[in-house]
Design a binder for this molecule. Sequence first.
Ligand code: ADP
Ligand code: ASP
Ligand code: MG
Length: 435
Amino acid sequence: MIVMKFGGTSVGSPERIKSVVNLINDNNPKIVVLSAMSGTTNALVKISGLFYAGNKDVIAEIDQLEDKYEKVVDELYSTEEYKLKGKELIKNRFDLLRNFEKVDCNAVAECTILAQGELLSTALTQLYCEESGINSALLPALNFMRNDRNGEPDNYYIKEQINRELNSYPGVKLFITQGFICRDANGEINNLKRGGSDYSASLIGKAVNAKEVQIWTDIDGFHNNDPRFVENTKAIRELSFDEAAELAYFGAKILHPASVWPAQEANIPLLLKNTMEPQAPGTVISSTSKNEGIKAIAAKDDITAIKIKSGRMLMAYGFLRKVFEVFESYQTPIDMITTSEIAVSLTIDNTKHLDKIAQELRLYGNVEIDRNMTIICIVGNNIMHSKDSISKVFMALDKVPVRMVSYGGSRHNISILTDSEHKAEALNLLSKYLF
Ligand code: ADP
Ligand code: ASP
Ligand code: MG
């Protein structure tokens, strides 16, 4: 069994859906995980926002999205019978959306609205398989994808339920399911956060012990820098799980931040491929990639830096514990940390409880907060042992104001914190000096 995940652009038009079906129709057992068609989740976010605001424009917005899907149905299916089935299918989904006006909006309603994108793309694709005479089954992700009470995927439940679902279709080799969507511990509709279909694919791969998880997207693999900010970036043929996990966590949009771990835990290779160029080799992420040296750079925005300065820290023990406990009590993860004898600086990306955190930290010293910061992460196996890596990084960033540096925390990462306004400049300078 393999898992093949196709992102929004890969299923973004009737033509693209047909190409995907071409790619998956080879009689080998597989689970196909689909995102919503590109633009749909953003439109649904807008729709949900309009519901919240009680804005009457919401119906027009829903109608506009429905028009788009009606055109998709017209172009995707060739027979009147299937055009009718397609229309019926989208009408049900859009009627459900329009009915939300009558309910009070809450987090569950919002997640239910967002879920419609993946429910639509998978149902339309599976119906196209049916029209094309391809034996396939639609696996409802909401029947097996579930988070536990801590909001983490419930791996045990997922494994049990997905295998039960698979076994209920003897003779079927092609399964199509939704990425992104799941249920919470109470059984309510939830999701794995934006870009979460990659995470779904990796979790499913682990649950069915897949031979490989393939992530099909709109670029020919993992590039050595962010192609949205840097020209002439290059695809990397191989990455280790550790390298890919750091890059994904620190902002490489091609992979959801958490998507590498399930595959790594189960030692299942991840293959990144380009739907528009299926022959291109792409990137293999596995435990066998051992190439050393700097491989790639990624950047994570919306970072807040917090500095706690206190004379009491001098020669004292237990100070850092107290500081960390404040973050722990507000369930706020810390990304980067640097210390001096009288101060500690750290970064967070979740600022939900920032005011309360700052208030408690003031008990221990003077607190300074810098917002709109970016972590730039330079990654490569054993980067610490390649002797000129750090000097090249500093040379490249000679003219860029650096707020924090983290080096030595792991063997394969150098992290730099800078003001977000210097991000593009820093990424370009690093590419120039390092590659
Ligand atoms: P999908 O919809 O298939 O999930 P995404 O838009 O989420 O696709 O991810 C692919 C995009 O990620 C690329 O088009 C590219 O702009 C962006 N990206 C950012 N960093 C990288 C990187 N290091 N390598 C490749 N793509 C990257
Ligand atoms: N459709 C969701 C999003 O746009 C999930 C995904 O594409 O991975 O975020
Ligand atoms: Mg994505």
